[in-house]
Design a binder for this molecule. Structure first.
Ligand SMILES: [Zn+2]
Length: 123
């Protein structure tokens, strides 16, 4: 084998390695894609069982603790949503919407029938 043959082999080898690396990247992406499909199906399985739990249907006792964890998280979310509405000033802490006097525009106390500023009936 001559020098040029060796160089040819070297170039082919480098080229094959580059193609190989590019293919490896594609293969890795495809593996991740397949794995994400499994994760989505697993999520759906979880959602299926949680739906059963919400509808009072029997759920395997082994997964009941996960259902209770989701229940607790949902309660946290509801409390945070309520807090968010309060911070935004749209609702009072009792969850009812904040009302303003249609006559003078003063913010009304929750459950009030009259404006404390102008005396207008707001019931
Ligand atoms: Zn008023």
């Amino acid at each position: 084998m001559g020098v040029f043959d060796d160089l040819g082999d070297f170039a082919r080898n480098v080229s094959n390695k580059a193609v190989g690396a590019a293919n490896l990247g594609k293969i890795s992406v495809n593996i991740k894609l397949e794995q994400s499909k499994i994760e989505e199906i697993q999520r759906q399985i979880g959602a299926y069982y949680y739906e059963r739990h919400l509808n009072g249907l029997p759920v395997d006792s082994d997964i009941e603790m996960y259902m209770e964890q989701i229940d607790a998280i949902n309660e946290n979310i509801a409390a945070l949503e309520s807090e968010k509405r309060s911070v935004k000033g749209e609702y009072n802490f009792d969850g009812k919407g904040v009302r303003y006097c249609p006559n003078c525009g003063v913010k009304l106390a929750p459950g009030s029938n009259f404006c404390t500023n102008c005396g207008r009936s707001v019931n």
